[in-house]
Ligand binder design. Structure first.
Ligand SMILES: Nc1ncnc2c1ncn2[C@@H]1O[C@H](COP(=O)(O)OP(=O)(O)OP(=O)(O)O)[C@@H](O)[C@H]1O
Ligand SMILES: [Mg+2]
Length: 320
């Protein structure tokens, strides 16, 4: 049994203008200790996928179908109280601007101590000991636990948020662009830290990024998302070197030096569809140079083209 099995997940936002199908039939699995990247342009449903797994969706967002099996239990079906425990003890999430959510008038250490006392039922002394260990783990001097957020640099604040996410020893950590707000040097340090923690603690990880170099350095496999769907899923090597979907190809081409540049150099012409009024057929067809009549009229499905390599494309997703 996989640690996480996301099956045909559908999450819709009910807006005044209509229904936005932000996640529309997403399927992937994650094993213990494995890391998957969710990659794609802005608005393709990466964050919504993470918020659906953790059940942190805003009120207008609803899981309209599918399953999120964590150790075999369907998180879509479990009540909110139980989900809150699961969230800290089994799955935790670090957001892009997480460091800004530290309370400025409370010592950083105390913020994590309180979370541990609340979610683990530990005594204050036990929690404080754990926070010191966590600080060392994320490479912050444990003497700093009595400092306030303004005494921390941006990178240190983000490390503290990672410490907070690790507070209850989760099996799965989700990072939603956890380094985007940081400068390049600090980004690399934080990614190295996540990678080290994942190996040392045998955690699984979902890393959301629009950066293929981050994906290549940090993850085992990747799901390329477009307009709420996975268009290609495979090992990082498959995605970088044997990709088949024209969208993946464009993404890879926009990173000329996959292990160097952290910027998308050439952007892909056009933009993702308006999810309130998506085109028929393959959602990528208006931007695809290979589009055929079939692509315009019939939606492709994700098919396994070689072991553990899945592609959803009429033109490229058939034979190898
Ligand atoms: N609260 C909301 N109400 C309505 N639509 C929403 C809401 N949140 C997200 N959406 C829409 O859902 C789609 C997916 O958004 P999401 O934030 O998951 O994308 P993303 O891949 O994380 O993008 P980014 O890279 O910009 O973070 C977008 O079309 C977005 O406009
Ligand atoms: Mg996002």
């Amino acid at each position: 049994m996989s640690l996480l099995e996301v099956k045909d997940l559908k999450t819709y936002f009910h807006t005044k203008e209509g229904i936005v199908k932000a996640v529309d039939g997403v399927t992937f699995t994650l094993e213990e200790g494995e890391a998957i990247a969710l990659v794609g342009e802005s608005g393709c449903g990466k964050t919504t996928t993470a918020l659906s797994i953790t059940k942190l969706l805003p009120q207008e967002g609803q899981i309209a179908g599918g399953n999120v099996l964590f150790n075999g239990n369907d998180l879509v079906k479990i009540p909110h109280g139980k989900m809150r425990r699961t969230r800290w003890n089994e799955i935790s999430i670090v957001f892009q601007g997480a460091m800004n959510s530290l309370n400025p008038v409370m010592k950083v250490g105390d913020q994590i101590i309180e979370a541990i006392m609340l979610h683990k039922g530990s005594s204050r002394m036990e929690a404080k000991k754990k926070v010191k260990e966590l600080f060392e783990l994320v490479e912050i001097n444990s003497e700093r636990i009595d400092q306030y957020p303004h005494e921390f640099s941006g990178g240190m604040k983000q490390r503290a948020m990672i410490a907070m996410a690790l507070a209850c020893d989760p099996k799965l950590i989700i990072g939603d662009e956890p380094t985007t707000a940081l400068d390049v040097m600090v980004q690399a340090q934080i990614l190295n830290l996540l990678e080290k923690l994942r190996k040392d603690l045998n955690m699984s990880m979902i890393l959301i990024t629009h950066d293929l170099s981050v994906m290549g350095e940090t993850c085992d496999k990747a799901a390329i998302m477009y307009a709420g769907k996975i268009v290609e899923l495979g090992s990082v090597e498959n995605i970088l070197e044997k990709h088949l979907h024209p969208y993946t190809e464009k993404l890879v081409q926009s990173f000329p030096d996959i292990y160097g540049t952290r910027e998308m150099i050439s952007s892909i012409p056009g933009s993702p569809p308006n999810l309130l009024n998506p085109p028929g057929g393959c959602l990528f067809h208006p931007r695809c140079e290979f589009a055929t009549e079939e692509c315009r009229s019939k939606e492709p499905v994700l098919k396994e083209v070689s072991p553990n390599h899945f592609v959803s494309c009429h033109v490229r997703g058939g034979v190898m």
